[in-house]
Design a protein around this ligand. Structure first.
Ligand code: ATP
Ligand code: FE
Length: 337
Protein backbone atom coordinates (compact mmCIF):
# COMPACT_ATOMS: atom_id res chain seq x y z
CA UNK A 1 0.00 0.00 0.00
CA UNK A 2 1.32 3.43 -0.94
CA UNK A 3 -0.39 6.41 0.72
CA UNK A 4 0.20 10.07 -0.02
CA UNK A 5 -0.49 12.36 2.95
CA UNK A 6 -1.12 16.07 2.50
CA UNK A 7 -1.07 18.57 5.39
CA UNK A 8 -1.99 22.24 4.94
CA UNK A 9 -3.94 23.12 8.09
CA UNK A 10 -1.78 26.01 9.26
CA UNK A 11 1.56 27.40 8.08
CA UNK A 12 3.40 24.28 6.87
CA UNK A 13 2.83 22.80 3.43
CA UNK A 14 3.72 19.14 3.74
CA UNK A 15 3.45 15.95 1.71
CA UNK A 16 4.63 12.46 2.59
CA UNK A 17 4.61 9.06 0.96
CA UNK A 18 4.21 5.93 3.07
CA UNK A 19 4.79 2.35 2.00
CA UNK A 20 2.65 0.48 4.52
CA UNK A 21 3.55 2.18 7.81
CA UNK A 22 7.06 3.13 6.68
CA UNK A 23 7.87 6.70 5.64
CA UNK A 24 9.52 6.93 2.23
CA UNK A 25 9.48 10.75 2.16
CA UNK A 26 8.19 13.51 4.37
CA UNK A 27 8.66 16.94 2.78
CA UNK A 28 7.82 19.99 4.90
CA UNK A 29 7.92 23.51 3.54
CA UNK A 30 7.56 25.95 6.47
CA UNK A 31 6.28 29.38 5.63
CA UNK A 32 8.81 32.00 6.66
CA UNK A 33 6.58 34.98 5.92
CA UNK A 34 4.72 34.92 9.27
CA UNK A 35 7.86 35.61 11.36
CA UNK A 36 7.50 39.32 10.50
CA UNK A 37 3.94 39.44 11.84
CA UNK A 38 4.28 37.74 15.22
CA UNK A 39 1.78 35.06 14.25
CA UNK A 40 0.21 33.26 11.30
CA UNK A 41 -1.64 35.59 8.90
CA UNK A 42 -4.38 33.37 7.40
CA UNK A 43 -4.56 35.05 3.99
CA UNK A 44 -0.78 34.90 3.52
CA UNK A 45 -0.75 31.26 4.65
CA UNK A 46 -3.37 30.29 2.11
CA UNK A 47 -1.47 32.01 -0.70
CA UNK A 48 1.81 30.37 0.30
CA UNK A 49 0.13 26.93 0.30
CA UNK A 50 -1.05 27.61 -3.25
CA UNK A 51 2.51 28.28 -4.32
CA UNK A 52 4.04 25.28 -2.57
CA UNK A 53 1.50 22.48 -2.90
CA UNK A 54 2.45 21.29 -6.40
CA UNK A 55 6.25 21.35 -5.94
CA UNK A 56 6.00 19.80 -2.45
CA UNK A 57 3.80 16.87 -3.60
CA UNK A 58 5.94 16.45 -6.69
CA UNK A 59 9.13 16.30 -4.63
CA UNK A 60 7.61 13.83 -2.15
CA UNK A 61 6.68 11.45 -4.98
CA UNK A 62 9.98 11.85 -6.83
CA UNK A 63 12.15 11.29 -3.77
CA UNK A 64 10.03 8.29 -2.81
CA UNK A 65 10.91 6.89 -6.21
CA UNK A 66 7.33 6.03 -7.09
CA UNK A 67 4.95 7.06 -9.80
CA UNK A 68 1.64 8.69 -8.84
CA UNK A 69 -0.20 5.81 -10.55
CA UNK A 70 1.17 3.47 -7.87
CA UNK A 71 -0.65 5.35 -5.08
CA UNK A 72 -3.41 3.42 -3.28
CA UNK A 73 -5.04 6.48 -1.65
CA UNK A 74 -4.55 10.13 -0.78
CA UNK A 75 -5.09 11.35 2.80
CA UNK A 76 -5.54 15.04 3.53
CA UNK A 77 -6.19 17.19 6.59
CA UNK A 78 -9.90 17.96 6.72
CA UNK A 79 -9.60 20.03 9.91
CA UNK A 80 -9.37 21.59 12.37
CA UNK A 81 -7.33 24.52 11.09
CA UNK A 82 -7.47 27.69 9.03
CA UNK A 83 -10.21 27.37 6.41
CA UNK A 84 -8.24 29.07 3.63
CA UNK A 85 -5.26 26.79 4.27
CA UNK A 86 -7.32 23.61 4.60
CA UNK A 87 -9.11 24.33 1.33
CA UNK A 88 -5.85 24.29 -0.64
CA UNK A 89 -4.82 20.80 0.52
CA UNK A 90 -8.35 19.38 0.42
CA UNK A 91 -9.08 20.66 -3.07
CA UNK A 92 -5.74 19.46 -4.35
CA UNK A 93 -6.24 15.99 -2.82
CA UNK A 94 -9.76 15.73 -4.20
CA UNK A 95 -8.71 16.68 -7.72
CA UNK A 96 -5.73 14.35 -7.71
CA UNK A 97 -7.81 11.48 -6.31
CA UNK A 98 -10.46 12.00 -8.97
CA UNK A 99 -7.82 12.10 -11.69
CA UNK A 100 -6.21 8.88 -10.50
CA UNK A 101 -9.48 7.16 -9.57
CA UNK A 102 -8.33 6.36 -6.01
CA UNK A 103 -9.91 6.98 -2.58
CA UNK A 104 -9.45 10.34 -0.90
CA UNK A 105 -9.39 10.12 2.91
CA UNK A 106 -10.34 13.03 5.21
CA UNK A 107 -8.13 13.07 8.32
CA UNK A 108 -8.53 14.80 11.67
CA UNK A 109 -5.37 16.83 12.31
CA UNK A 110 -5.28 16.15 16.08
CA UNK A 111 -5.94 12.42 15.67
CA UNK A 112 -3.08 12.41 13.17
CA UNK A 113 -0.72 14.04 15.70
CA UNK A 114 -1.48 11.04 17.96
CA UNK A 115 -1.31 8.40 15.22
CA UNK A 116 2.19 9.64 14.31
CA UNK A 117 3.26 7.26 17.10
CA UNK A 118 2.41 4.30 14.86
CA UNK A 119 4.77 5.20 12.04
CA UNK A 120 7.12 2.28 11.59
CA UNK A 121 10.50 3.80 12.50
CA UNK A 122 13.54 2.20 14.14
CA UNK A 123 13.85 5.20 16.50
CA UNK A 124 10.31 4.88 17.89
CA UNK A 125 8.24 2.43 19.95
CA UNK A 126 4.50 2.46 19.36
CA UNK A 127 2.34 2.76 22.49
CA UNK A 128 0.12 -0.09 23.69
CA UNK A 129 -3.65 0.41 24.07
CA UNK A 130 -5.19 1.87 26.08
CA UNK A 131 -2.91 4.85 26.53
CA UNK A 132 -3.22 8.42 27.70
CA UNK A 133 -1.97 11.02 25.22
CA UNK A 134 -1.02 14.57 26.09
CA UNK A 135 -1.51 16.44 22.82
CA UNK A 136 0.19 19.81 22.97
CA UNK A 137 0.41 22.01 19.91
CA UNK A 138 -0.02 25.54 18.62
CA UNK A 139 -3.81 25.43 18.71
CA UNK A 140 -4.65 22.58 21.10
CA UNK A 141 -3.89 21.18 24.53
CA UNK A 142 -5.74 17.97 25.20
CA UNK A 143 -5.64 14.86 27.33
CA UNK A 144 -6.92 12.04 25.16
CA UNK A 145 -7.78 8.49 26.17
CA UNK A 146 -6.80 6.32 23.21
CA UNK A 147 -8.44 2.90 23.16
CA UNK A 148 -7.65 2.02 19.56
CA UNK A 149 -6.31 3.51 16.33
CA UNK A 150 -9.64 5.12 15.55
CA UNK A 151 -11.11 5.14 19.05
CA UNK A 152 -10.18 8.30 20.96
CA UNK A 153 -11.88 10.30 23.68
CA UNK A 154 -10.90 13.76 24.92
CA UNK A 155 -11.04 13.81 28.74
CA UNK A 156 -9.55 17.26 29.27
CA UNK A 157 -8.57 20.32 27.29
CA UNK A 158 -7.59 23.95 27.55
CA UNK A 159 -10.29 26.44 28.39
CA UNK A 160 -8.38 29.30 26.73
CA UNK A 161 -4.88 29.36 25.15
CA UNK A 162 -3.06 26.24 24.00
CA UNK A 163 0.37 25.43 25.45
CA UNK A 164 2.11 26.25 22.16
CA UNK A 165 0.14 29.47 21.92
CA UNK A 166 1.32 30.36 25.45
CA UNK A 167 4.94 29.75 24.39
CA UNK A 168 4.47 31.84 21.25
CA UNK A 169 2.57 34.73 22.86
CA UNK A 170 5.02 34.97 25.75
CA UNK A 171 7.92 34.83 23.27
CA UNK A 172 6.35 37.80 21.54
CA UNK A 173 6.31 39.70 24.87
CA UNK A 174 10.03 38.86 25.14
CA UNK A 175 10.64 40.31 21.68
CA UNK A 176 11.37 36.94 20.05
CA UNK A 177 10.19 36.12 16.50
CA UNK A 178 7.34 33.67 15.72
CA UNK A 179 7.23 30.75 16.45
CA UNK A 180 8.83 31.44 19.82
CA UNK A 181 8.39 27.98 21.41
CA UNK A 182 11.62 26.45 20.06
CA UNK A 183 13.56 29.65 20.94
CA UNK A 184 12.33 29.68 24.55
CA UNK A 185 13.35 26.01 24.74
CA UNK A 186 16.91 26.88 23.62
CA UNK A 187 17.29 29.91 25.91
CA UNK A 188 15.81 28.00 28.85
CA UNK A 189 18.68 25.52 28.69
CA UNK A 190 21.02 28.28 29.95
CA UNK A 191 18.65 29.73 32.55
CA UNK A 192 17.40 29.13 36.08
CA UNK A 193 13.82 27.78 36.06
CA UNK A 194 13.26 29.07 39.60
CA UNK A 195 14.46 32.64 38.99
CA UNK A 196 10.88 33.90 38.55
CA UNK A 197 7.65 32.47 39.91
CA UNK A 198 4.95 33.02 37.29
CA UNK A 199 1.26 32.21 37.89
CA UNK A 200 -0.05 28.68 37.39
CA UNK A 201 -3.82 29.16 37.01
CA UNK A 202 -6.09 26.45 38.47
CA UNK A 203 -9.04 24.94 36.59
CA UNK A 204 -11.16 21.95 37.62
CA UNK A 205 -10.80 18.35 36.44
CA UNK A 206 -8.41 17.48 33.62
CA UNK A 207 -8.78 20.88 31.96
CA UNK A 208 -6.12 23.50 31.43
CA UNK A 209 -5.77 27.27 31.36
CA UNK A 210 -2.79 29.28 30.13
CA UNK A 211 -3.99 32.83 29.57
CA UNK A 212 -3.34 33.80 33.22
CA UNK A 213 0.30 32.77 32.89
CA UNK A 214 0.71 35.02 29.89
CA UNK A 215 -0.80 37.97 31.81
CA UNK A 216 1.38 37.22 34.83
CA UNK A 217 4.53 37.29 32.67
CA UNK A 218 3.40 40.51 31.01
CA UNK A 219 2.71 42.36 34.30
CA UNK A 220 5.80 41.06 36.09
CA UNK A 221 8.10 42.10 33.25
CA UNK A 222 6.42 45.46 32.74
CA UNK A 223 7.21 46.28 36.35
CA UNK A 224 10.89 45.32 36.01
CA UNK A 225 11.23 47.04 32.63
CA UNK A 226 10.12 50.33 34.18
CA UNK A 227 13.09 50.18 36.54
CA UNK A 228 15.51 48.91 33.90
CA UNK A 229 14.62 49.15 30.18
CA UNK A 230 17.10 46.34 29.42
CA UNK A 231 15.68 43.97 32.03
CA UNK A 232 14.22 41.43 29.59
CA UNK A 233 17.37 41.40 27.46
CA UNK A 234 19.62 40.89 30.50
CA UNK A 235 17.52 38.08 32.01
CA UNK A 236 16.26 36.37 28.87
CA UNK A 237 17.63 32.94 29.81
CA UNK A 238 16.19 32.98 33.33
CA UNK A 239 12.83 34.32 32.14
CA UNK A 240 12.64 31.66 29.42
CA UNK A 241 13.53 28.89 31.86
CA UNK A 242 10.93 30.11 34.37
CA UNK A 243 8.21 30.39 31.70
CA UNK A 244 8.97 26.90 30.45
CA UNK A 245 8.92 25.58 34.02
CA UNK A 246 5.47 27.10 34.61
CA UNK A 247 4.07 25.56 31.41
CA UNK A 248 5.64 22.17 32.12
CA UNK A 249 4.40 22.14 35.75
CA UNK A 250 0.88 23.00 34.60
CA UNK A 251 0.88 20.28 31.93
CA UNK A 252 2.26 17.62 34.26
CA UNK A 253 -0.15 18.24 37.12
CA UNK A 254 -3.15 17.08 35.06
CA UNK A 255 -1.23 14.28 33.37
CA UNK A 256 -0.48 12.86 36.80
CA UNK A 257 -4.10 13.27 37.90
CA UNK A 258 -5.37 11.58 34.72
CA UNK A 259 -2.91 8.68 35.08
CA UNK A 260 -4.01 8.22 38.69
CA UNK A 261 -7.70 8.21 37.82
CA UNK A 262 -7.64 6.23 34.57
CA UNK A 263 -5.00 3.75 35.84
CA UNK A 264 -3.45 3.92 32.37
CA UNK A 265 -0.04 2.27 32.27
CA UNK A 266 1.01 3.87 29.00
CA UNK A 267 1.58 7.58 28.42
CA UNK A 268 2.25 9.28 25.09
CA UNK A 269 2.85 12.86 24.07
CA UNK A 270 2.10 14.42 20.68
CA UNK A 271 2.04 17.76 18.84
CA UNK A 272 4.63 20.48 18.28
CA UNK A 273 5.23 21.28 21.95
CA UNK A 274 6.23 17.65 22.59
CA UNK A 275 9.53 18.62 20.93
CA UNK A 276 10.23 20.74 24.06
CA UNK A 277 13.23 19.39 25.92
CA UNK A 278 12.04 20.47 29.38
CA UNK A 279 8.67 18.78 28.86
CA UNK A 280 10.33 15.58 27.63
CA UNK A 281 12.60 15.44 30.67
CA UNK A 282 9.76 16.13 33.12
CA UNK A 283 7.49 13.53 31.49
CA UNK A 284 10.15 10.89 31.62
CA UNK A 285 10.78 11.38 35.33
CA UNK A 286 7.04 11.42 36.03
CA UNK A 287 6.58 8.21 34.05
CA UNK A 288 9.47 6.56 35.85
CA UNK A 289 8.18 7.53 39.29
CA UNK A 290 4.69 6.23 38.45
CA UNK A 291 5.86 3.01 36.79
CA UNK A 292 4.30 4.04 33.49
CA UNK A 293 5.84 3.60 30.01
CA UNK A 294 6.41 6.82 28.09
CA UNK A 295 6.27 7.15 24.30
CA UNK A 296 7.72 10.17 22.55
CA UNK A 297 7.67 10.61 18.78
CA UNK A 298 10.69 11.77 16.78
CA UNK A 299 10.79 15.61 16.71
CA UNK A 300 10.11 15.62 12.95
CA UNK A 301 6.81 13.80 13.61
CA UNK A 302 5.83 16.19 16.46
CA UNK A 303 5.36 19.40 14.49
CA UNK A 304 3.02 19.42 11.49
CA UNK A 305 3.98 16.92 8.82
CA UNK A 306 2.45 14.93 5.99
CA UNK A 307 3.60 11.58 7.39
CA UNK A 308 1.16 11.77 10.31
CA UNK A 309 -1.69 12.47 7.89
CA UNK A 310 -0.61 9.55 5.73
CA UNK A 311 -0.42 7.12 8.70
CA UNK A 312 -3.91 8.19 9.81
CA UNK A 313 -5.03 7.61 6.21
CA UNK A 314 -3.42 4.18 6.35
CA UNK A 315 -5.57 3.17 9.33
CA UNK A 316 -8.75 4.44 7.69
CA UNK A 317 -7.82 2.73 4.44
CA UNK A 318 -7.17 -0.62 6.12
CA UNK A 319 -10.04 -0.52 8.65
CA UNK A 320 -13.65 -1.66 8.18
CA UNK A 321 -14.97 1.80 9.01
CA UNK A 322 -13.60 2.95 5.67
CA UNK A 323 -13.78 6.73 5.68
CA UNK A 324 -12.51 6.99 2.15
CA UNK A 325 -14.52 9.60 0.34
CA UNK A 326 -14.05 13.33 0.21
CA UNK A 327 -15.54 15.58 2.88
CA UNK A 328 -15.46 19.37 2.84
CA UNK A 329 -12.89 20.91 5.18
CA UNK A 330 -14.02 22.20 8.58
CA UNK A 331 -12.26 24.82 10.74
CA UNK A 332 -13.56 23.23 13.96
CA UNK A 333 -13.89 19.51 14.58
CA UNK A 334 -13.92 17.62 17.89
CA UNK A 335 -11.63 14.56 18.20
CA UNK A 336 -13.56 11.29 18.03
CA UNK A 337 -16.67 12.72 16.31
P1 ATP B 1 -2.61 22.46 15.92
O1 ATP B 1 -1.92 21.16 15.77
O2 ATP B 1 -3.23 22.65 17.28
O3 ATP B 1 -3.54 22.77 14.82
P2 ATP B 1 -0.22 23.61 14.93
O4 ATP B 1 -0.39 22.55 13.92
O5 ATP B 1 0.08 24.99 14.50
O6 ATP B 1 -1.49 23.62 15.86
P3 ATP B 1 2.11 22.20 15.73
O7 ATP B 1 2.76 22.36 14.41
O8 ATP B 1 1.77 20.84 16.17
O9 ATP B 1 0.89 23.18 15.95
O10 ATP B 1 3.08 22.83 16.81
C1 ATP B 1 3.55 24.13 16.67
C2 ATP B 1 3.68 24.70 18.07
O11 ATP B 1 4.70 23.97 18.76
C3 ATP B 1 4.10 26.16 18.09
O12 ATP B 1 3.31 26.82 19.05
C4 ATP B 1 5.57 26.09 18.52
O13 ATP B 1 5.99 27.24 19.23
C5 ATP B 1 5.55 24.88 19.41
N1 ATP B 1 6.87 24.26 19.54
C6 ATP B 1 7.62 23.64 18.60
N2 ATP B 1 8.80 23.23 19.11
C7 ATP B 1 8.80 23.61 20.41
C8 ATP B 1 9.73 23.49 21.49
N3 ATP B 1 10.91 22.89 21.33
N4 ATP B 1 9.38 24.02 22.68
C9 ATP B 1 8.18 24.62 22.87
N5 ATP B 1 7.29 24.77 21.90
C10 ATP B 1 7.58 24.27 20.69
FE1 FE C 1 -0.55 20.56 14.35
Amino acid sequence: IYILGIETSCDDTSAAVLKGRKVLTNIVSSQKIHANWGGVVPELASRAHHQSIVPVVDLALRQAGIDKYQLSAIAYTRGPGLMGSLLVGATFARAMGLGLGIPVIPVHHMEAHILAHFIDDPDMHSPEFPFLCLTVSGGHTQLVLVNGFLDMKVIGQTTDDAAGEAFDKIAKILGLPYPGGPLIDKLAQHGNPHAFRFARPEVPGFDYSFSGLKTSVLYTLEKFQKEDPDFIKKHLNDISASVQQAIVDTLLKKVKLALDETKCKHLAVAGGVSANSGLRKALSSLAESMGVSLYVPKPSYCTDNGAMIAIAGYYYYTSDTMRTSFLNPVARWQVGS
